[in-house]
Design a protein around this ligand. Sequence first.
Ligand SMILES: Cc1cc2nc3c(=O)[nH]c(=O)nc-3n(C[C@H](O)[C@H](O)[C@H](O)COP(=O)(O)OP(=O)(O)OC[C@H]3O[C@@H](n4cnc5c(N)ncnc54)[C@H](O)[C@@H]3O)c2cc1C
Length: 444
Amino acid sequence: MGETVTAPARRSRIFWQDGSAEAAGPPLTESVDCDVCIIGGGFTGLWTAYFLRQTDPSLRICVLDSGLAGGAASGTADGFVTPTIGKDLEQIVRGHGRQAAAAACDAVGRSILEIGRFTRRHRVAADYQAKNYLMVATTAVQASRLRRNRDLTASLGARFETTLLDAAQARQRIGSPAIQAAIVTGGATVDPFALARGLLATIRGQGVRVYEQTPARHVDRTADGYRVTTPQARVDAHRVVLATSAFQHRLPGFRRQVLPVWSYAMVSEPLSTEQLDRLVWPRREGLVEAKSFLVCGRLTADNRLLWGGGMARYHLGRDMGAGRVDDRRVFTDLRRSFDRYFPMWHDVRFSHTYGGCVDITRDLVPHFGTAAPGLLYGYGYCGNGIAASHLGGKVLCDLVLGRDTELTRLFFVDGREPAFPPEPLTFLGVRAASRLIEFQERLR
Ligand SMILES: Cc1cc2nc3c(=O)[nH]c(=O)nc-3n(C[C@H](O)[C@H](O)[C@H](O)COP(=O)(O)OP(=O)(O)OC[C@H]3O[C@@H](n4cnc5c(N)ncnc54)[C@H](O)[C@@H]3O)c2cc1C
């Protein structure tokens, strides 16, 4: 076997956004009045605007994003559209009961199908592909976790079937020598940035006003709603939705509710036909390893290999600085796990390495609710937000309109929200927990 090639000519630019002609639109320069002002133009904010528009076309809606709408986590994601709520289904069943877990799983499963329908209906070229992905195990402990997960999902009557494969069966789907077992799970893959920008174009076409490069600096109560102050102008709105995800901790009242935790990915140069022929991968399904700090891989439309995940990183004081994007240790670890899965691709070169922040809550599930009359919020997907934020948009739409529906009765709406302790306790706690998990995973 030849020498391992470590990431030459790397670019930190996010793969999905590299070479895109999309640029941030003009900021808000003149004050406006509206019915609903949504702060945050990622999937959560954009889907909320979309569903509000569908439900009541007369509403005057505006969305503010401090940068490029869809340019943060939404346009950085690995593109797995999964039937997942938060981090761990077993924990949800323990904490909220089987019925609550089943209702949430069903609702997020429906979102996967509806996102596909949306792309077809509005001709959004986001390479949406309804396809299974493989949750894979590389150790006996992971394999038993997979089996438990499969049994639990099946017993909840999940919308997507899950099938257990032994090592030989799994390797016929993805010919990696590292894989010991797998469950096939229903889902989809997508180009997340193209989906976000397509959604943005759709709602703009429907009359929603979206102002990019427009950070909300303050949100203050007024006689009949809220005043949102931005650098050049203000928005007066009857209702406000806070949809800023990993940035949410910067808003008053949310400091200890959300941690921005870094997640990383690297994307290879396009694989040649000869390189592709070295591996059995007939259905091009993505793979996700069933461990606490998951690693995941998928092929892109132009035959690149996206390899992501690994050790999640939290930095003291909720640091989201751009300097954290290029974390060499993370990419060395990712390359190591890639080599373990794909020794036949020792000569594959990675052209893009990057990261972004996901919004982690203390109980590892999302939270949606009402902070004050007419002031709504939603965040906390814990790294699994593509399908869940579509569901989140529907929940927020119902909350904005004051409707009591099956969605506003889901377990993560207006529920109890445990907070993180003040710094440096959070930092020290996260670091100790991460090291323990990392150590345990290495023993397995
Ligand atoms: C590397 C990585 C890989 C991932 N992979 C997957 C995956 O494969 N599958 C999956 O399901 N999920 C994945 N996720 C998670 C998923 O991307 C997120 O859960 C989802 O995109 C969250 O959407 P959002 O709209 O809540 O947040 P964001 O997309 O982060 O949007 C929040 C927006 O708020 C704006 N904002 C912040 N503060 C202000 C302010 N004061 N004023 C105005 N605007 C403001 C920001 O500019 C930003 O655009 C991944 C995330 C990362 C980082």
